[in-house]
Design a protein around this ligand. Structure first.
Ligand SMILES: [Zn+2]
Length: 286
C-alpha cells in the first residue's frame, strides 16, 4: 500500500466533493452544494481554499479529478458541461498543477466512478464492469482488465444519449427521447413536478420507470456482456424498491435467446464512488 497523499476532487452537477487520502484511507472529506450563479470560478475558489488549508497540515503528492461532463482525456480538457455552467475547455489539471505544484489527472465522473467501484466497491473482481450514474444526468463507464475503456475520442460509455424513445421529448443534446431525457433526475423532476427520490417511492411509477431504464441497460448488456453492472447516483439509493423490478424488467426484455447474465448492483461507495475512483486514477498522474 502506498502512503502517498492524494487529493481527490468530484465536480458534480449539484455539488462538489473533495477528499484527502492517506494511502488508501480517506483522511478528510468536504462536500458543498454547487452555487449555480457563482459557476466555475466560485467553485474553483472554494476548492482552492480547502486544498490550501489541508496542505498546511499535510503535503499533497498528487491529485485525481472526476468531472461531471465530457472530458477529452488525451488533452485533459473539459469538452463541455451540460449541468454546470462555464467549464468548456477548462484545463482543470493545469489549474491544480499551478495551485499545488503536484501532478494531476482528470476524467469524466462516470469513468472515475467506474474505477472507484471496480477497485474499492461493488465491482471488485468483476471484469468487464459497466458503471452507470443515475442522478441529475446519466453517465456510463466501461472498466475492463484494470483500466477504463474510453474509445477513440473519449466518448466511450456515454450512454446518457442513447435513443430510448425515438418519438420522445427533446433532450439538452438536441436529439429526442435520449436515455437521460427519459430517466435522469433532472427530467423526472421537470416532467412530474416532484424530485426523483419522491417519485421512486411510488410502486406504480417505478413499474413504468423501469421499462425505459431497462431499455438503456439492455443495450449495455447486449453490447458488452458485463460481468456486473453497478449503478450509482442519488436515484440508485432507492435500493430493492428499484432494483427488484428493474432486474425483472431486464429479464423480460432480454429474452432467453441471450445467455448474458443480468447482474445488477447498487454502488457500494454511496456518494464517494468518484472520490475513490479519483484516488485510483491519480496513480496515472504525471
Ligand atoms: Zn440527449
Amino acid at each position: 500500500m502506498s502512503a502517498k497523499q492524494t487529493l481527490a476532487i468530484d465536480v458534480g452537477g449539484t455539488k462538489f466533493s473533495i477528499a484527502l487520502f492517506d494511502g488508501e484511507h480517506m483522511a478528510r472529506r468536504e462536500s458543498r452544494r454547487t452555487d449555480a450563479e457563482g459557476g466555475r470560478d466560485w467553485m474553483l475558489e472554494q476548492i482552492a481554499a480547502i486544498a490550501r488549508a489541508w496542505r498546511q497540515e499535510t503535503p499533497i503528492d498528487r491529485c485525481g479529478i472526476g468531472f461531471g461532463g465530457p472530458v477529452i482525456f488525451k488533452e485533459q480538457r473539459v469538452a463541455l458541461s451540460t449541468h454546470v455552467g462555464g467549464w468548456r475547455d477548462t484545463r482543470l489539471t493545469d489549474w491544480v498543477r499551478d495551485l499545488l505544484g503536484v501532478p494531476a489527472i482528470m476524467d469524466n465522473d462516470a469513468n472515475v466512478g467506474a474505477l472507484g467501484e471496480a477497485r474499492f466497491g461493488a465491482g471488485r473482481g468483476c471484469s468487464p464492469l459497466f458503471y452507470m450514474t443515475l442522478s441529475t444526468g446519466i453517465g456510463g463507464g466501461i472498466y475492463e482488465g484494470g483500466r477504463i475503456w474510453r474509445g477513440a475520442d473519449s466518448y466511450g460509455g456515454e450512454i446518457g444519449h442513447l435513443t430510448i424513445r425515438p418519438d420522445g421529448p427533446l433532450c439538452l443534446c438536441g436529439a429526442y427521447g435520449c436515455f437521460e431525457r427519459m430517466c435522469s433526475g433532472l427530467w423526472l423532476a421537470r416532467d412530474h413536478g416532484k424530485p426523483a427520490e419522491e417519485l421512486i417511492k411510488d410502486p406504480a411509477f417505478v413499474s413504468r420507470y423501469v421499462v425505459d431504464l431497462a431499455l438503456g441497460l439492455k443495450t449495455c448488456i447486449m453490447l458488452l456482456n458485463p460481468a456486473r453492472i453497478v449503478i450509482g447516483g442519488g436515484i440508485s439509493k432507492a435500493g430493492d424498491r428499484l432494483f427488484e423490478p428493474l432486474r425483472a424488467e431486464l429479464r423480460r426484455q432480454i429474452t432467453d435467446w441471450s445467455g448474458a447474465r443480468i447482474d445488477l448492483m447498487p454502488a457500494a461507495l454511496g456518494d464517494d464512488s468518484v472520490l475513490w475512483g479519483a484516488l485510483a486514477l491519480a496513480e496515472e498522474a504525471a
